[in-house]
Design a protein around this ligand. Structure first.
Ligand SMILES: *Cc1c(COP(=O)(O)O)cnc(C)c1O
Length: 787
């Protein structure tokens, strides 16, 4: 009986870790005791997995972010210990839910890019593929958000305060990373990535920065106490904190240190292990495929050149061949402000050797271009070092054998516009890998009610590892009983969310209203402001037209704004002001409500996606590379109201345009109008629009004299030094968004037809499993095989 074993282990940890009986332990301590007991169970399989992949080609995912969320429930599910543990806790009168909630999220990422990395690891292990994650062990993850008078407030995320039972410090694998201003120690912490069914357990290896010498006794003796621990403090700063910017390049020295730190440590790790087995590097690229998650780890290209040429004595040309064959690059954005460029002086001063190598790579590129017949006067367009900037995207395309976009539309746009000239140089390098999500976390774990029902209907749980099985549910799309059960499950999830929101946000919401949810990072291009304008217009119309009737609706937002992103913070304040106005208006009588949940994160997401009736995916066409939130909603049976952008395009192609609500300008429309677009004219033309936009400046709401609202207003009508007026076409898309929302309201009236739309979305979500994505990476880029 596993149960008794686990209990014994838990009791043991209670004694040795906390000096208490298990009964005396707090919930947090019980969570840690349980997690450590689970670790003890799975470590033998983990060691086994490492051995079975030895000598085979393996893939490595280098990412500055891994947004893992909580581990306990996921690990219990994937190792098939969940029901056993639940029984056990029941027997000792412990509420599993309370233990689950005692775990802090591992929030080592900002949003989609970091969560993608986490989903990929889950899929890699489940597919029995040798895939290792490499990143940074930030002591503080993404900040904790709260609202003070409607303004965002940030607090440090001290997720390691009570320790992390899921990671093991591997001190003996430490390496030294050298900067011009000194050396630091990189200490790896390994976390097991348990594949579903526990055949394979892979590793996420995160590096912590430490000083080579923690303490200077002489300084201490001379009473220089600060100086005595200075080296320790300086070194530990590197992995201290995640940069809270999403899709925005900051170009800060410490950020560059973070990038080089984890990249150098990871490559040294791979090279050392290679040398333990082989006497040459001739087979290095045949055994390693290294994926760069965006350009954040692009310094890996010159770093591996450095290691091979300077440490291993390999010729430049041979080393370059190994480098290009080993690396692949994923592009995540078309936004100019997200394309990384590093000031030359930072590289020169911090990483002089690496800088010299980049100079050489740049020179080699120019030679190659000339050979290919590119004219002298066009060379500057390809320069990696351009003026006083280093262009990391150019380095990443030139220094790898694969460049991929993350949705069909995104890849096409890359090829047709931003990267055309590179595509013409290396057409075979370009490919698409549409993003995906793991159904283990985003359905099985977060919506066990629906998961159980799907298994029952299909008579099999094969969908857990093959999501295309859901297609077989289509035949129930007109089955009244199935739809009724489905609607009841949705209601259960809505009730659970309503309880949670009442407890945590202090707002009572109408459980029978339409739960209309927009959850994602706060960004102008994602257009939370468009939804805000729509809600306010709806409010005014409800006030002035007594006959105007709609189905009650709850508008739910969840989003963190980067702390330095003034406009994004203004949008949060604005929505909170709108919420205050509407939620307190007796005339509205609860017909519409607005809730901005605090501290949106993975564990909150797991409660929100399953409870949604409507998925808001309203980015300006061409701006959202893929999106993955859109897929989580779809999988949980919510139709999308969205633009023709990112993976929305593929979602409606799978689920049917008639089961979703597509509106607004398309990429080609924007191309046509952008030069003559006049937002002022548009605003005045559309009924009701001016009234709502003017609330930014007419005193309806207060921004506490911060100037936030006026600045938002100006961003629409005046533009700014770096952009034209209304660069995200809010005015132009408002009316068509309002119409689409009207259609949602109409469609919801027919309960059966609505349930059918939801059903068709869920049934056609198979394509969006990250298992599919990872199998494509494995087959087409990495060329790795399962054990
Ligand atoms: C899925 C997810 C995201 C990405 O959402 P998008 O809508 O694709 O931007 C961001 N944050 C969290 C916590 C997520 O789970």
């Amino acid at each position: 009986m596993k149960k008794q074993e686990i209990l014994k282990k838990m009791e043991g940890y209670a004694l040795t870790e906390f000096g208490k009986t298990l009964e005396e332990c707090t919930s947090k301590e019980k969570y840690i005791a349980l997690s450590k007991a689970v670790m003890e169970e799975i470590v033998p399989t983990w060691i086994n997995s490492k051995q079975k992949f030895e000598g085979k080609k393996q893939a490595y995912y280098l990412s500055a972010e891994f947004l893992m969320g909580r581990a306990l429930t996921n690990n219990l599910i994937n190792s098939k210990l969940k029901s056993e543990v639940e029984d056990l806790l029941n027997e000792i009168n412990v509420d599993y839910n309370v233990i689950e909630e005692a775990e802090e999220d591992a929030g080592l990422g900002n949003g989609g890019l970091g969560r993608l990395a986490a989903c990929f690891l889950d899929s890699g292990a489940t597919l029995d593929l040798p895939l290792t994650g490499y990143g940074l062990r930030y002591e503080f993850g993404i900040f904790k958000q709260s609202f003070k008078d409607g303004f965002q407030d940030e607090d440090g995320d001290n997720w390691l305060q009570h320790g992390d039972p899921w990671s093991i410090r591997k001190e003996s694998d430490s390496v030294t990373v050298s900067f011009a201003d000194g050396d630091v120690l990189a200490v790896p912490y390994d976390t097991p990535i348990i594949g579903y069914g526990q055949n394979t357990i892979n590793t996420l290896r995160l590096w912590k920065s430490e000083a080579l010498n923690n303490f200077d006794f002489e300084e201490f003796n001379n009473q220089n106490y600060h100086q005595s621990v200075k080296e320790k403090n300086d070194a530990e700063t590197i992995s201290k904190c995640l940069y809270p910017n999403d899709s925005n390049d900051e170009g800060k020295k410490l950020r560059l240190k973070q990038q080089y730190f984890f990249v150098s440590a990871s490559l040294q790790d791979l090279v050392r292990k290679h040398k333990e087995k082989y006497s040459s590097f001739d087979n290095f690229s045949a055994l390693h495929s290294i994926q760069l998650n965006d350009t954040h780890p692009a310094v890996a290209i010159p770093e591996l050149m450095r290691i091979l040429t300077k440490n291993e004595g390999i010729s430049w040309n041979k080393a370059w061949d190994i480098v290009v064959k080993s690396f692949a690059y994923t592009n995540h954005t078309l936004l100019a402000e997200a394309l990384e460029q590093w000031p030359v002086h930072l590289y020169q001063s911090l990483l002089p050797t690496i800088y010299e190598i980049i100079v050489k790579i740049d020179a080699q590129l120019k030679e190659e271009l000339k050979e290919k017949g590119i004219k002298e006067e066009e060379l500057y367009e390809y320069e990696i070092i351009s003026g006083d900037c280093i262009k990391m995207a150019w380095l990443s395309i030139y220094g790898t054998s694969s460049t991929n976009g993350v949705a069909e539309l995104h890849t096409n746009l890359l090829i047709e516009s931003e990267l055309t000239k590179w595509y013409n140089l290396f057409p075979k390098r370009f490919n698409n890998k549409t993003n995906g999500i793991t159904q283990r976390r985003w359905l099985l774990q977060s919506n066990p009610e629906l998961a159980g029902y799907i298994t029952k209907l299909l008579g099999s749980d094969k969908w857990i590892t093959d999501l295309t099985e859901l297609k077989k549910l289509e035949k129930f799309a007109d089955d009244k009983e199935a739809l009724e059960d489905f609607v009841n499950i949705k209601q259960t999830k809505k009730d659970q969310l309503a309880d949670y929101i009442e407890e945590h946000e202090g707002i009572k919401i109408d459980r029978n209203s339409i739960f209309d949810i927009q959850i994602k990072r706060l960004h102008e291009y994602k257009r939370q402001l468009l939804k805000a304008f729509y809600i306010l217009d709806l409010y005014y119309r409800l006030k002035e037209q007594p006959g105007f009737d709609i189905h009650p609706r709850t508008f739910i937002f969840g989003a963190k704004a980067a702390p330095g992103y003034f406009r994004a913070k203004g949008i949060i304040k604005y929505i909170n002001e709108i919420a205050k106005l509407i939620n307190n208006d007796k005339d509205i009588n609860g017909k519409i409500k607005v809730v901005f949940v605090e501290n949106y994160r993975v564990s909150y997401a797991e409660k929100l996606f399953p409870a949604a009736d409507v998925s808001e995916q309203i980015s300006t066409a061409g701006k959202e590379a893929s999106g993955t939130g859109n897929m989580k909603f779809m999988l949980n049976g919510a139709p999308t109201i969205g633009t023709y952008d990112g993976a929305n395009v593929e979602i409606v192609a799978e689920a049917g345009e008639e089961n979703n609500f597509i509106f607004g300008l398309r990429v080609e429309d924007i191309e046509k109008i952008k030069d003559s677009y006049d937002p002022k004219e548009e605003c005045e033309k559309v009924k009701g629009l001016k009234r709502v936009v003017d609330t930014l400046v007419d005193g309806t709401f207060t921004d506490g004299d911060t100037g936030m609202f006026a600045e938002l207003y100006d961003s629409i009508f005046k533009g700014a030094s770096w952009h034209r007026p209304d660069q995200y076409f809010l005015m132009k898309d408002f009316d068509s968004y309002r119409q689409a929302q009207q259609e949602v309201d109409e469609a919801y009236k027919d309960k059966v037809a609505w349930a059918r739309k939801c059903w068709m979305n869920m049934s056609n979500a198979g394509k969006f499993s990250s298992d599919r994505t990872i199998q494509q990476y494995a087959d087409e880029i990495w060329k790795i095989e399962k054990a």
